[in-house]
Every structure is written in C-alpha cells, then in structure tokens.
Design a binder for this molecule. Structure first.
Ligand code: FAD
Length: 520
C-alpha cells in the first residue's frame, strides 16, 4: 500500500512526530503503528488569520527508511573521451560538466576567478577595504554568482529540464535533504562553498579538469569553427566544442564576441534598488502575529505590479539576509542580496526593479549593457570613491527628500543619505513609487519610514542575448560554440542556469559525436 496524504498543522506542532502520525492516521483512516511515512513536500500557508504548515506525506508499509533523495552515481570516467571546454565555473558550467561526464565527454573548465575558499579573501577586501578585484568578487570565481548568495533554488522554467534531478545532485554533494521537500528551498551562502567543492571533486575524480585564475581573452578559430581558447596568461587550451557560460557580469566576453562577429541582440531586463525592512515587520505582516516564534522561518514575500508600459516587481527576496556589494570592476556600484542558511539576520531585503523592455539605444545590442554600466558609474562617482552606497528612507524617496538619518542596515561597506530619487532615471522613480503604493495594499505596513532603499540594483538579469540555433543550441556564427546560462540570456537564477548547462551539454554530446575530426 502506498498513498499520498496531505495534512495541515499549526507551526508549534512541526517537530511533534506523535501528533503528525496521528493526523496522518486520521486523514488516511489508518491504524497508528501500521504504516511508515515520508515527508515529500513542505510549505507554509500564511493566507489565513494564523499561518499553518502544509505537509505532504508518502505513506506506505514498504518505504525506504532513508527517504527520497538517494541518487545513483551517474558519473564514471571515460578514457578516450571527447573534450568540452567550459568557460565559467558557475552553476551552468558545473552542471554542464557533470552532464558531459555522464555522456562520457571530458570537461575542461576554465574559470577567471579563484577556487571557492580563496575567493572569500577577495570578498572581505570589497566589504572592508572597498577594493574590487575584476576576477574575484561576488559574481566571479568558483561557483559563479550563485555561491555567496541566498541560494534560493526556485525556478519557473520547470519545462526546461529535470528540476528534481538538479536538486538531488545538490543533495548528493552535501545540501540538506530539506531542499527536496520545501516548496521554496534555499541553501544559504555558508553551506554553498562545500557543496561546490564537492562538485569540483566529482568532476576531477572522473577525469575532468578545472583551471582557476584563467580568464579567457580570445577564441581559437579555424575554418569558422571554434577549436579552443586563449587565457590572459597566454595558455592555449583546445577541445572539440566550447560552452560559453560566463554570466552577465562578464562584459569583456560580450566585447570579445562582438569583435569576432558573433551576433548579439538586446534583451529586456530589469533594474532598480534594494529595499531593506526590519525582518520583524515582514514577519508581522505575513504571519499576522507580533512574534514569529521558534517554529516559523523568517517570512518572505513576492510582489509585482503591472503598469502601463512596464512592470515593477520584487526580486531575489532574502529573508533574514544581508545586502552585499556585487560590482565586478572598480568604479562601479552595484548591490545584491544574500543570506545564511538560518536566515537569522534582523533584516529582510529584496530588489524592487522596473522592467526595461525597449532598447535604450535602438539598433545597438549593447544598449542595455551601456545603460546599466552608465548608472553603475554615475552612482559610484556620486559617492566618495568607495563601495558605500546611497540610501534613502522609503518615505523620503516617495516625497523626494534626502533622509536626515537612516535606519541601521546590513550592508557592511556602509550607507550614506543620498538622493536616489534624483540619481535613478525619472521613469524608474515614478514607476517604483506607483508600485510601492500598490504593494502596500497587498502587504499593509510595507510602505513605512522603517524601510530604506539602497542603490543600485542593476544586475538582476542579462541585458543582452547571444543567439543560438533552436535545434542544436549552437551559435549560428561559430561552429562548436554553445552560448549558455544567464550571461547568454537563457537563464535567470541558479536552478535555471544549472538546467541550461545540462541541456547544452546534451546538445554538445550530439554535436561532438557527429563530427569526424577532433582537436585532441
Ligand atoms: C549576490 C547574489 C545573490 C544571488 N542570489 C540568488 C539566489 O538566491 N537564487 C538564485 O537562483 N539566483 C541568485 N543569484 C543569481 C544567480 O547567482 C545567477 O543567476 C547564476 O549564478 C547564473 O549562473 P551562470 O552559471 O549562468 O553564471 P555565473 O554564476 O555568473 O557564472 C559565470 C562564471 O564565469 C566566470 N567567467 C566570467 N568571465 C570569464 C572569462 N572571461 N573567463 C573565464 N571565466 C569567466 C565567472 O567568474 C563566473 O564564475 C544571485 C546573484 C548574486 C550576485
């Protein structure tokens, strides 16, 4: 006998296994002690007066006591493998590499940044000394932009691949089993580095290679086919095909593609500021109680508002999180958000961004990139040449006033009262103001002087796309080049980037086995 049973319980009972078993027995009309049960889905329903946990159990008497999440090891070394060069060790690159190994292809990963542990020192340099290393920062380095993030594992692109398998692979490499159960799973930036290191070890132990401190500066092209890459220190690496997954911060790669006549096109994107509230306030609004207690996680939210010509939405909400400096080069100011696995900081932050659907420079594929970059430099130059960010109480932003004082913030480099209503483009200011009033209707108390905007949040999604053929996922301009992940415009988040990496590795597998010649 196996069946699915859904129950709803008050938060205070979440750790009470006797209570839970009784509820399952009641709901399933079963006798206690005659069945096993496994939690397969967990979510919180906070729509009513009091929040409740919604739990889905698989119930039966022949269940695996270890529960779901056990994966077979798909990986095995293939001695005469074809070679795939993968530029970028982000989620797209590492999942592409794992998939290549499954196909018996040897992945060679080339990463401009450092390994995930060494990368930490450079993050400290940004936080404490305001020095941005253009090869090692919150976006660049092993694990990519997703490493020192919130590690939210949620995607709407479920049709693009096997989400469950990606989660199982993360679990296999050390992520908590909860990611297989929670409706909105997250890992936390304190846990991600070990998982990434474990993935690297799987790649290496199956014959793959990972080259750090290896910024790709050129492609080796012969007969309109990519044969390899050149790194900044003059190394030449060759392979049968190349996956380009360098993320949307790698503007030098866009320039390289442009110089090699690889076509690119403008892609709609979004830009705005990060809004920080006290977490307690968000808990009160969402859970309808003054204290969330020990049994509920820090509350989150997701808001959107459609305006006449564009949309404004909250993005990458980090409950109990921190605002972090996410510039990829000196002279820029960019913020983003992250949180630790416990999500226990007293702050809740989320990007509030406005969609930019039309190219600011018609006909120029770099129109969106230029728009982002100019604002990032403008806001940096307005300040004192450090990573300190301009901030404004939400009420002052709405009323065009520079804040006299500011609430405490989680942003370690520091904040100062700045006129974000003047620094940000006028249309975005107007749209965000309309949206805030709308959001306050959905979440009473959201519009408050206790919240503040911290600017600028410019890198929520890629403003450019590197086209690829729908059938073989290859660039129509360069045989053997597979643009992938967020930077190429095919993903927006850790999960979707991982799924795209797998998809492109499948396409690369077909390609390398269809060609006769090999450069190895
Ligand atoms: C602070 C922060 C928090 C985030 N939080 C979340 C979250 O909670 N959940 C979520 O889903 N998403 C989050 N994101 C977004 C997510 O990280 C990205 O969508 C995802 O990492 C994209 O994956 P990718 O592999 O396509 O690119 P990236 O992760 O950007 O990886 C690209 C890699 O390529 C390397 N590279 C770049 N140029 C070169 C070159 N020339 N030569 C060699 N290597 C190069 C980079 O160093 C980098 O490691 C966050 C992003 C940031 C910055």
């Amino acid at each position: 006998m196996r069946k699915i049973i859904d129950i709803r319980i008050p938060p205070s009972r979440i750790k009470d296994s006797i209570f839970i078993e009784k509820r399952i027995a009641q709901k399933g009309k079963l006798r206690r002690g005659t069945f096993n049960y496994q939690l397969v889905k967990r979510s919180i329903d906070a729509r009513g007066k009091q929040p409740v946990y919604q739990l889905r159990y698989l119930v039966g008497n022949d269940l695996d006591p270890l529960g779901p999440g056990q994966v077979e090891t798909w990986y095995s070394r293939s001695p005469d493998a074809k070679k795939a060069l993968i530029i970028g060790a982000g989620p797209c690159g590492y999942f592409a590499a794992l998939r290549c190994i499954e196909h018996g292809i040897c992945p060679i990963i080339v990463e401009r940044g450092k390994d995930v542990r060494s990368r930490r020192r450079d993050l400290r340099q940004i936080q404490q000394f305001h020095t941005v290393n253009p090869d090692s920062n919150y976006c660049f380095g092993e694990g990519g932009a997703g490493t020192y993030s919130d590690g939210k594992l949620y995607t709407r692109s479920v049709k693009r691949g096997n989400v469950k398998k990606v989660l199982q692979i993360l679990h296999y490499h050390g992520a908590n089993r909860n990611i297989l159960i929670d409706a909105h799973p997250h890992i936390g930036s304190n846990k991600l580095p070990n998982i990434i290191k474990a993935i690297r070890e799987t790649i290496l132990s199956n014959g793959g290679e990972v080259h750090f401190n290896a910024r790709v500066v050129d492609f080796v092209v012969r007969d309109q086919q990519i044969r390899g890459v050149i790194t900044l220190d003059g190394r030449a690496l060759s392979a049968d095909a190349v996956i380009l997954c360098t993320g949307h911060g790698a503007r030098d790669i866009y320039q390289l593609c442009h110089s090699l006549d690889i076509q690119m096109e403008f892609k709609p994107f979004a830009l705005g500021m990060r809004l920080e509230h006290p977490q307690q306030l968000i808990d009160e609004i969402q859970y309808n109680r003054t204290k969330r207690g020990n049994y509920l996680p820090a509350a989150s939210y997701s808001l959107s508002c459609q305006l006449e010509d564009s949309g404004v939405f909250s993005f990458c909400m980090c409950p109990g999180g921190l605002i972090v400096p996410a510039a990829t080069a000196p002279g820029e100011l960019v913020v983003n958000g992250m949180s630790l696995s416990k999500r226990d900081s007293p702050f809740a932050n989320a990007a509030v961004v406005n969609t930019i659907d039309t190219n600011p420079e018609e006909g120029n594929p770099f129109g969106g990139v230029n728009y982002q970059s100019e604002l990032e430099h403008k806001i940096f130059n307005y300040g004192d040449g450090t990573q300190r960010a301009p901030a404004q109480r939400l009420t002052d932003f709405m009323e065009s006033k520079i804040s006299v004082d500011l609430p405490k913030s989680s942003y370690i480099p520091g904040i100062y009262p700045g006129p974000l209503h003047e620094l940000m483009p006028g249309e975005i200011v107007q749209n965000v103001r309309s949206a805030i009033l709308h959001f306050d209707k959905k979440m009473k108390g959201y519009y408050t002087s206790e919240a503040q905007f911290v600017g600028l949040e410019s890198r929520t999604s890629a403003p450019i796309r590197i086209p690829r053929d729908n059938e073989n996922l290859m660039s129509p301009d360069l045989i053997g080049l597979f643009p992938a992940g967020e930077g190429a415009g095919y993903a927006g988040g850790i999960l979707s980037a991982a799924l795209d990496g797998e998809r492109v590795a499948d396409a690369l597998n077909k390609y390398v086995h269809s060609i006769q010649t090999s450069t190895s």
